[in-house]
Design a protein around this ligand. Structure first.
Ligand SMILES: NC(=O)c1ccc[n+]([C@@H]2O[C@H](COP(=O)([O-])OP(=O)(O)OC[C@H]3O[C@@H](n4cnc5c(N)ncnc54)[C@H](OP(=O)(O)O)[C@@H]3O)[C@@H](O)[C@H]2O)c1
Length: 318
C-alpha cells in the first residue's frame, strides 16, 4: 500500500517513521520550503518488542506536491483539526482513489468533510503517541502501543481492515472506538479544561505546582463535558470522562499531579510537548468548547473564569 502523510508535524513524523520502519512505502507532502531533510526522534517506545529508549534519525521521503500518477492508496491527514478540511480539498483531486484516514481531533462533526468525500473512502484515527520538539528541535516522543481507530457510518470495513493492518504490522495494537467522533468530542472537552488550566497557569509545570489550580482544572473539565452532554452525548459511557466525573472533589487534581511529576512520560512532557509547541492549537481547544457551551446556554463558571488569561497567552512563535 502506498501511503501519503499530510505534513511533517509531530504525529505525521512519529507514525511515518514507525510505518516506514515496518517496510511500508511512506511519503510526506509538505507546504514549507526548506525543511531539514532529516529529523531526530528521542523515543520512549512502549510497543512490545521495541527498544524502550532510543534516539533515531528519520529521513522521510518528502514532496511539495503530488499527482494522480503517484497512485497513493492511503492519505493520512495528520494536521491540526482546523486544517483538515483544507488538506482534503487540496490533495483529493490528485489522490482520487485513496482512502483518507483523518488522524486529527474533531469538534465540528463531519458535515464539511462529507461534502467533499464519500464515506466509503473515509476512516478516522487518533494518535496515542504524544510529544513535541525540545528547544534544540529534537522530537521528544512517547510512543504508546495502541492507536485509536473508528469507522463512521458508511465507512468501508475492508478498507478499515487494510488500514488498521498496516499499523499492526508496525507493532501497534488497535483501540477501536464504537463512535469515534463522539469520543473525539469527549477528548476535546477534556483538553479544553485540562489544557485550558495549563494555559491559564502559564504552562504545564506551573499548573501542576498547586493542587488548588488543578482542582480548578477538574471543575473546568467537568463543565466542558457538560457541553458535550448538551450535544446529546452520554458522556458517562466514556471511561476518560467517567474518571473525571467520579473523582471526589478533595482528591481532584492529585492523579494529574502524580502523572506529570512522577512518571517518565510526564517528565518528558515537560521537556518537549505538543502543548509548548502549538499554543494557538491549544487555545483553539478551549475556545471551541467555550463557544459551543455559550451557544447552547451551558453554565460554565469555572471554564469561563479561565478565558481572560487564555486570551492573553502568547501565540505561536514566528
Ligand atoms: N502532538 C501530540 O502530542 C498529539 C498527540 C495526540 C494527538 N494529536 C493530534 O494529532 C493532530 C496532529 O497533531 P500534531 O501535533 O502532529 O500537529 P503539528 O505538529 O502542528 O503538525 C501538523 C502538520 O500538518 C501540516 N499541514 C497542515 N495542512 C497542510 C497542508 N494542506 N499540506 C501540507 N501540510 C499541511 C503542518 O504544516 P505547516 O507547518 O505547513 O502548517 C504541520 O506539519 C492534531 O489534531 C492533534 O490534536 C497530537
Amino acid at each position: 500500500m502506498k501511503v501519503l502523510i499530510v505534513g511533517r508535524g509531530v504525529v505525521g513524523t512519529v507514525y511515518g517513521w514507525a510505518l516506514s520502519q515496518a517496510g511500508i512505502d511512506v511519503t510526506h507532502v509538505v507546504r514549507q520550503e526548506g525543511l531539514a531533510a532529516t529529523g531526530t526522534l528521542d523515543l520512549l517506545d512502549l510497543r512490545p518488542g521495541h527498544p524502550k529508549h532510543a534516539r533515531v534519525t528519520y529521513t522521510p521521503k518528502t514532496v511539495r506536491q503530488i499527482a494522480p500518477s503517484d497512485g497513493f492508496d492511503l492519505v493520512i491527514v495528520a494536521t491540526k483539526h482546523y486544517q483538515a478540511v483544507e488538506a482534503i480539498r487540496q490533495y483529493l483531486p490528485d489522490a482520487p482513489r485513496a482512502t483518507f484516514l483523518l488522524f486529527t481531533a474533531n469538534w465540528d462533526g463531519t458535515q464539511e468533510i462529507d461534502g467533499l468525500l464519500a464515506r466509503s473512502s473515509l476512516l478516522w484515527g487518533y494518535a496515542a503517541a504524544s510529544g513535541g520538539p525540545d528547544d534544540r528541535g529534537v522530537l521528544i516522543v512517547t510512543v504508546a502501543p495502541t492507536v485509536r481507530f473508528g469507522m463512521l457510518e458508511g465507512s468501508d470495513p475492508d478498507k478499515f481492515k487494510a488500514v488498521t493492518e498496516l499499523f499492526q504490522r508496525a507493532g501497534f495494537t488497535l483501540d477501536i472506538k464504537t463512535n469515534i467522533v463522539e469520543w473525539l468530542w469527549v477528548h476535546h472537552a477534556i483538553n479544553a479544561g485540562g489544557i485550558g488550566i495549563a494555559l491559564w497557569a502559564g504552562g504545564i509545570a506551573e499548573a501542576t505546582r498547586s493542587l488548588k489550580t488543578m482542582r480548578l482544572g477538574v471543575w473546568a473539565i467537568r463543565e466542558a463535558l457538560d457541553v458535550v452532554a448538551a450535544r446529546g452525548v452520554d458522556v458517562k459511557c466514556y471511561p476518560d470522562a467517567k474518571g473525571v466525573l467520579n473523582i471526589p472533589p478533595w482528591l481532584a487534581g492529585l492523579p494529574i499531579f502524580c502523572a506529570v511529576r512522577f512518571t517518565e512520560k510526564g517528565r518528558r512532557l515537560l521537556l518537549g510537548s505538543h502543548f509548548a509547541h502549538s499554543p494557538d492549537e491549544m487555545k483553539r481547544y478551549y475556545f471551541d468548547v467555550l463557544h459551543t457551551g455559550e451557544n447552547l446556554g451551558v453554565a460554565m463558571p469555572h471554564l469561563r473564569k479561565l478565558r481572560e488569561r487564555i486570551e492573553r497567552y502568547p501565540a505561536n512563535p514566528e
